[in-house]
Design a protein around this ligand. Structure first.
Ligand SMILES: [Zn+2]
Length: 194
């Protein structure tokens, strides 16, 4: 497993559950790192119990249904207390899913430019099929009204393809021929952070 991907998977978990404690995140991480999560079928996972985390059963079943997670520990003697919470079995499953998603393959092309005004246009017939992630950083703000930016675009899709795009940078219009090549999804997530 890659450290970078794990860090991102944790960060996504924290974003989704900002009110959860550090110990909740830590317990989910222990479960995930010990490889206790196994995909059983679509939207069903089996999580091996860890006695050191207070588990009474050898396995727990986590299901995702109608946009919500359910864990078999809800049905245990602590069920009434736990029902309203997201247990760390579920959190471990979410980490596992986040990681798998980050580790999955996409096809992408990266464009770096530095401009004051910029715009990238993807042919409208490809919208939905091709997505664009963007990161913008100010590199020169000496002209306060017209700061200069470093812009990174990642054009990506779930399948390999070649496409034409139009890039506008400070009035300079360029036709780009982009070839989307195989990479891992986390490069897009890295961009979201910066
Ligand atoms: Zn549980």
């Amino acid at each position: 497993m890659s450290r970078e991907l794990i860090d991102l998977a944790i960060e996504r978990l924290r974003e989704d559950f900002p009110n959860k404690s550090r110990s909740w995140v830590r317990r989910a991480l222990v479960r995930f790192m010990k490889g206790t999560v196994r995909e059983f079928s679509e939207n069903v996972w089996v999580v091996r119990g860890l006695p050191e985390l207070g588990d009474k059963y050898p396995t727990y079943v986590v299901r995702f249904k109608d946009g919500k997670y359910y864990c078999s520990c809800f049905e245990s003697s602590w069920g009434l207390r736990r029902r309203s919470e997201i247990c760390t079995h579920i959190a471990a499953v979410i980490l596992y899913r986040n990681y798998r998603k980050l580790d999955s393959e996409v096809y992408a092309s990266v464009i770096n430019i530095e401009c004051v005004d910029y715009y990238l246009e993807i042919p409208s017939e490809l919208k939905g099929k091709v997505k664009v992630a963007k990161s913008v950083r100010v590199v020169d703000s000496s002209d306060r009204l017209n700061p200069r930016h470093r812009v990174t675009y990642v054009v990506y899709s779930s399948e390999p393809m070649e496409l034409r795009a139009k890039l506008v940078c400070d009035g300079d219009v360029r036709e780009l021929s982009l070839k989307l090549t195989r990479t891992r999804r986390y490069i897009i997530e890295l961009l979201r952070q910066s």
